[in-house]
Unconditional design. Sequence first.
Length: 202
Amino acid sequence: MRRGREGSEFVRLFYHQPRSEPLVVLVLLDLSGSMTGFERPLLEFLHARLRVDRALSVYGFSTRLTRLTRALKHSNIDRALSETAAATPDRGGGTRIAAALQRLWDRERARAQSALVLISDGLDAGGGTAVFDRWVKRWHGLTHGRFHWWNPLGVAAPETLSAASARTLAAHTLYEAPRNFRELSAAWRRLQESPRYNDRRK
């Protein structure tokens, strides 16, 4: 190995290799009344993912948006769930998906190299169809189409749902209906296997 004035050839080659930045995954978890009975297993799944995925941020919402990443990082699952419950006094309320997408945009839009996973039944009770459509389409564009909708209710064909919000999501997201831990894990693997984009040299 040759050594020059700028260090070894190996070091120079290492720092000039193209390197992909990790794909940041943003999870937006619906904690509204219509998701009662689903939130605990979903939080347990996200707690497990945070133990191994550093580029993961978790938010919960019902009528307001709350960042849950720090609470869910506790190694003790009972403490993690307790702190999550304390941080989300609005849980069990209405479903304000559009408002949550808007607030998440304000916090996270600078992280363009990201994927967004909305875990929800897709039934928005917020500010109307036009507002909902606008924020869904904005996130679809920001994530370069990596906007995922996971519906734990197991609806196979979301485009057949009567709610306008569900039909909008079906048209602009990558849809899955994971109903248990195994199917959630499989959906996560498929997300992580998606090709990275915006590779940059450091």
